[in-house]
Design a binder for this molecule. Sequence first.
Ligand SMILES: NC(=O)c1ccc[n+]([C@@H]2O[C@H](COP(=O)([O-])OP(=O)(O)OC[C@H]3O[C@@H](n4cnc5c(N)ncnc54)[C@H](O)[C@@H]3O)[C@@H](O)[C@H]2O)c1
Length: 344
Amino acid sequence: MSKHRVLLIGAGDMGSHHARAWNVLGHELHTVIDLNPERAEAMAEKYDVKRVLTGDYDYQVGIEQVDIVDICVPLEFHAPLTIYAAEHGKHVFCEKPIARTFKEIQAMQQATERANVKFGIGFQRNLAAGVAQLRDWATEGVFGHPMVFSSDLLQEVRPKRFMHDRNSNNGPIVDACCHYFLLWQTVFRSRPKTVYARGGIIAKSRQEISHFEQLALDTAVITIEFESNDIGAMTVSWGLEKDFRLPSRPDRIIGPHGGAEAVSTENFNWDLQLYHNGGQSLHKLPQGDLFEEEIRAFVEAVDGVREAPFYGIEQGKQMLALSLAVIESIDTGRPVDVNYNFDF
Ligand SMILES: NC(=O)c1ccc[n+]([C@@H]2O[C@H](COP(=O)([O-])OP(=O)(O)OC[C@H]3O[C@@H](n4cnc5c(N)ncnc54)[C@H](O)[C@@H]3O)[C@@H](O)[C@H]2O)c1
């Protein structure tokens, strides 16, 4: 694996995970950019970063002398920063979700293709060994058909306010559900077909997010039917009261012959409790560093060891298509067929 020089934009939570992974894998974190000087400087000190840009920084300077740009900032910056980096001949690794609209994705795709640079996206959760194990059991028919995969995510109003902004990360349906949609799609090995969802904004009266021009939907009940007739279902809310304590229920899959439940361990890994043939057993699974794995796979793509990164524009686009179908179903009150034509 070649050694790469990286510009990291965004030294927050995800930026910290990525920085650790670049470092462990032996690449050089050359430049860090963040609006927040303390964060950028703390990261620079930890990883011996040569150049730190904060406040009114200059992208042109930031991009010099690096060959990879890693984007860990709110969603409205994903498309413009990807395009800027690609136009300067840099490979791009970007946190999920990919972008706000198909139009933005199209511009990102055109820019990266024109510059012949790689684009990778941070769907690290899907690299957990539990996902592959569930997919294998599902394929072997351990659960039978059809299967129902149910997930839920119940949280208080997010302390990162941009996550509630309709014009930024656009609430959990865009920001968080993409992880679950990709998980279901991977386990069922099938494409989502029809979405039905109900939802709304239950945290409307909360002061801390009242300044946004448009609030994102914060709560939904979502059902997705796959071409295989399997079903993914979830309840999601980011509208709950401060210090809300009821934990989310573990992910579960059931079918006519059995089921399984995720037992969360650390850093997005899980073990699995299998219910089959009238008994149950705990399956301990390898616990990888998923951030290292995603970045290793991306670098292999950059180096030409693999044809494409594990997750890229295509998966980002598919997950946005699903999120937009969920929002359309909530808005219209009707089931919506997922639009895969990507009519920009
Ligand atoms: N893959 C995952 O599991 C996962 C989990 C959480 C968040 N995310 C995604 O990662 C992205 C970042 O989220 P986070 O949780 O790290 O947020 P965060 O608030 O912890 O960090 C974001 C950082 O970006 C900085 N920033 C904001 N705008 C900037 C700009 N224009 N230029 C430079 N710096 C800027 C902020 O000062 C902050 O330090 C989001 O797209 C989010 O959806 C992914």
